[in-house]
Design a protein. Structure first.
Length: 160
């Protein structure tokens, strides 16, 4: 069980810049430049491990820097970035003679209810004659994440 233990307390001690003496768990050994390892006997650190000066500025700084990149905020940001890469970015919407539906759906639903953090809505109008193209062009004009493509003729669903 200890082979796969992540020593969360280590981050807390490091955040305070405090020196740490520990047994040689695999996760601790990865940071042996910042931790003193005491393995002489179970639960009994070597005397030399206990005599570690507390105020060495370079070690205090290194511990705090390590803790900063292992904070919960940093880990959440890493997870969010990984999730954003997994989420599909684009939703394609093709329209033809649907102005009334578009005015309600696009402007009131898509932006309001999407949960994707990095969304993009690609709108293609297939030469509508009911004002849809003008509405969509105006809607997309100031939105970098909403490109609008207005076809000059109806190319059919698949080609749009």
């Amino acid at each position: 069980m200890t082979r796969n233990t992540n020593p969360v307390k280590l981050y807390e001690y490091f955040a305070a810049g405090r020196p740490v003496v520990s047994v040689g768990l695999p996760e601790i050994l990865e940071h042996n430049d910042l931790v003193r390892i005491a393995n002489d006997a179970p639960h009994s650190p070597r005397p030399s491990a206990l005599h570690w000066p507390k105020g060495i500025p370079s070690l205090v700084k290194a511990r705090k820097a390590f803790a900063a990149v292992n904070s919960w905020d940093h880990r959440v940001a890493e997870i969010e970035t990984a999730l954003e890469e997994l989420l599909p970015k684009s939703k394609h919407y093709r329209s033809y003679l649907q102005r009334a539906t578009l005015q309600q759906g696009v402007s009131r639903s898509v932006e309001r209810f999407t949960r994707y953090p990095n969304w993009e809505l690609i709108i293609v109008d297939n030469a509508s004659s009911d004002g849809s193209a003008e509405f969509l062009a105006e809607y997309a004009r100031d939105k970098a994440n909403v490109p609008f493509i207005g076809n000059q003729q109806n190319l059919g669903f698949a080609r749009a």
